[in-house]
Design a protein around this ligand. Structure first.
Ligand SMILES: Cc1cc2nc3c(=O)[nH]c(=O)nc-3n(C[C@H](O)[C@H](O)[C@H](O)COP(=O)(O)OP(=O)(O)OC[C@H]3O[C@@H](n4cnc5c(N)ncnc54)[C@H](O)[C@@H]3O)c2cc1C
Length: 209
């Protein structure tokens, strides 16, 4: 069985864990705090099928569909689709006859009321991924990943042997444990920049999309 180690228990890490468990991987998730402790437990959970640019459009559509499908499968209580959605237009009154009693009249608004918008509480869906991944055999370790070990060269593409974890969650380098695997997936959210110090020559491509 392919051993896959996922670092980071946000929605990226936990949804990947669930999908990989379903494809027969032996999954270990390493999270330094608690699952959904960061953005994935706090965000607005607003989902817009069409608000992506050309590069990510297909991904948006796929993700929008998957949120609906998985919310049904998991029995999530907070998923809702077809939200009337207001967008503020600072420059113009797009719909002068649109009145919303809690927004000043001089502010221009566009109302979207179609099925292209949905929302789910991110904490609920991220922790549901954890629950269902565990049922499929995933293992969760609460520890900070503090470094990586290569097999015999520093080429991270083929030769990553494992990640070093610190269960005490402090910066001490004592008592480090090596968690080995065949595949590694780093889903560190804003902490992903750390990867640049672990993988020589690797640069995180940061861009707004
Ligand atoms: C206020 C706010 C509102 C938002 N609203 C929306 C919205 O309405 N719709 C939308 O689509 N998106 C929204 N987002 C964006 C969305 O929340 C994020 O894009 C998404 O949650 C990122 O998930 P992630 O798994 O990549 O990262 P994170 O949720 O940040 O997870 C990363 C995890 O990695 C762990 N970690 C970090 N370093 C280590 C380490 N060394 N070892 C082990 N674990 C580590 C962290 O503890 C964390 O749990 C919002 C974000 C914010 C902040």
């Amino acid at each position: 069985m392919v051993k896959t180690v996922i670092v980071g228990g946000g929605i990226m890490g936990m949804s990947s864990a669930y999908q990989l468990c379903q494809r027969g991987h032996e999954v270990t998730v390493i999270e330094r705090s608690t699952v959904a402790s960061s953005a994935s437990g706090k965000a607005g959970g607003f989902l817009a099928r069409d608000w992506g640019n050309a590069v990510t459009r297909e991904l948006h559509e796929q993700s929008f569909k998957l949120h609906e499908q998985l919310s049904k499968e998991f029995g999530l209580k907070t998923y809702r689709k077809g939200l009337p959605t207001l967008q503020v237009n600072f420059s113009s009154k797009s719909f002068s006859d649109l009145k919303v009693n809690w927004i000043n009249e001089e502010i221009g608004l566009t109302l979207f009321g179609n099925s292209e918008f949905a929302q789910v509480t991110p904490y609920e869906i991220t922790t549901a991924f954890l629950k269902h991944s565990k049922v499929l055999g995933a293992n969760l370790i609460i520890a900070a990943v503090v470094g990586v070990e290569f097999q015999n060269s520093t080429s991270f593409q083929k030769n990553l042997k494992g990640v070093y974890i610190n269960r005490s969650l402090e910066n001490s380098t004592d008592d480090l444990e090596l968690i080995e695997g065949d595949n590694f997936l780093f889903c560190l959210g804003p902490w992903s920049a750390l990867l640049e110090s672990w993988f020589p020559g690797f640069r995180i491509p940061m861009a707004g999309i």
